[in-house]
Design a protein around this ligand. Structure first.
Ligand SMILES: Cc1cc2nc3c(=O)[nH]c(=O)nc-3n(C[C@H](O)[C@H](O)[C@H](O)COP(=O)(O)OP(=O)(O)OC[C@H]3O[C@@H](n4cnc5c(N)ncnc54)[C@H](O)[C@@H]3O)c2cc1C
Length: 390
């Protein structure tokens, strides 16, 4: 059976696809939104612990990772956190800032999905779920999509099927395969915002599973000050998730265990409390303080240590090197770094430069935000840019 034609078919009813379809629909385009999952917006529903950290008021292009750091600027400038907040407010969805500009629903992420479906309904978008996309074709300027046992055609096709993070939720590399078929390049995808695993000499730190402390974590030139959490596999917590997006296999990661301590604090502690041990002098959780003191081979009272040894210990606590042997992979990664190359897309419209009518939006594209609402803001902004262009 051949169903009526559309102006645009959007593949993937996640954050970016819902936004794109709603915007295009409200501009009078006949839009078909398809998803293989039974339910739309599954990642929105589980995000932010069920409360959806839907944007970050500090959104700026430098909070995104991409082979072209300028690419995201145009879309982010044309659809801002204030625009999304206005939409959320229009639906009466109560929200609050949790920390660091991160906005969450007071109630439930379900409200955000209902809102996006409401916006799609306003635009007359035809939303269909729960069938596999069996085939995508392109001939005579029209894209054909075989969805279950139905075939649809449209002059425009939007790839909004996200990245491969959390495959058990239906995430896949579908976007990349499709993009490659149309001759677009894919920047090597790797898990991001993901816990790191420790082995070798660092394996002893796994005994600290459950211990959390505020740190400065650094990978290469990029550093974040937030909490780190030791796990039975290695390291997690916001600071580690953030640097994981910048970390490369084989590189060390350094942790500043006392980011607020003034230089010379340990010599100062020796003078003020000569009978104290290093572990007692460290303003850190007990088990962590004991482990660090043992590894620094600084047992006994501070007063008995040489100034040189204490200066060395202070330097090591400031830049403690860890050598992660990997990440917990796409199964645990909140997002994916890499994706459809921005070099192949217009930053104004998200359309492929070499394939008129083909668009890519959201996480499928090589633009990845920091932890804290930045990834949804990219999904809204890129979806909006394409929705305006369709
Ligand atoms: C546990 C978790 C928590 C998160 N929390 C936050 C947060 O609080 N704030 C934030 O900013 N970001 C968060 N993120 C990241 C955020 O969810 C993503 O960046 C965002 O959902 C990307 O939007 P998208 O529309 O590009 O892709 P998705 O939302 O992943 O949507 C892709 C859609 O495509 C569909 N699809 C996939 N393959 C196919 C196929 N072959 N055929 C048809 N349909 C297909 C999927 O079913 C899905 O509906 C979180 C991610 C995870 C995993």
């Amino acid at each position: 059976m051949t169903a009526p034609d559309y102006d645009a078919i959007v593949l993937g009813a996640g954050a970016a696809g819902l936004m794109c379809a709603a915007v295009a629909g409200q501009r009078g385009r006949r839009v078909l939104l398809l998803d293989h999952a039974e339910q739309v917006g599954k990642k929105i529903l589980i995000s932010g612990g069920g409360r959806c950290n839907f944007t970050n008021i500090h959104t700026a292009p430098d909070r995104y990772i991409s082979a072209n750091p300028h690419f995201a600027k145009s879309a982010l400038a044309r659809y801002t956190p204030a625009d999304f907040i206005a939409l959320v407010d229009g639906y009466g969805i109560a929200h609050h800032e949790k920390t660091l500009g991160q906005l969450f629903c007071d109630g439930s992420a379900k409200q955000v999905v209902a809102m996006l479906l409401g916006e799609c309904a306003k635009g007359g978008v035809d939303v269909r779920c729960g069938q596999p996309v069996r085939e995508v074709t392109h001939a005579d300027g029209a894209f054909g999509v075989a969805f279950g046992d139905q075939n649809f055609t449209a002059p425009n096709l939007v790839i909004a099927t996200g990245g491969p993070s959390i495959p058990k939720m239906g995430a896949s590399g579908f976007a990349y395969d499709l993009a490659r078929r149309f001759g677009l390049k894919v920047v090597e995808p790797r898990p991001a915002l993901v816990p790191l695993t420790l082995g070798g000499g660092d394996v002893l730190f796994r005994d600290l599973s459950g211990v959390a402390t505020p740190v400065g974590a650094r990978a290469g030139k990029t550093a974040f000050r937030e909490a780190a959490l030791f796990t039975h596999k290695g390291l997690s917590g916001p600071a580690i998730l953030q640097v994981s997006s910048y970390w490369r296999h084989g590189e060390p990661l350094t942790i500043d265990f006392l980011p607020d301590a003034a230089p010379g604090w340990l010599l100062e502690a020796k003078r003020a409390r000569p009978r104290a041990t290093l572990a007692a002098a460290l303003a850190l959780p007990d088990r962590l303080a004991q482990t660090l003191a043992e590894r620094l081979a600084l047992a006994g009272e501070l007063g008995a240590q040489s100034d040189r040894k204490l200066a060395e210990a202070e330097a090591q606590l400031k830049r403690w090197p860890f050598h992660p042997n990997g990440t917990e992979g796409f199964a645990k990664a909140e997002v994916t770094v890499g994706g459809i190359s921005t070099a192949n897309l217009s930053s104004q419209t998200m359309m492929a430069k070499s394939v008129p009518g083909l668009y890519a939006v959201g996480e499928a594209v090589d633009v990845t935000g920091w932890l804290g609402g930045y990834n949804f803001q990219w999904a809204w902004a890129s979806g909006y840019a394409a929705g305006q262009a369709l």
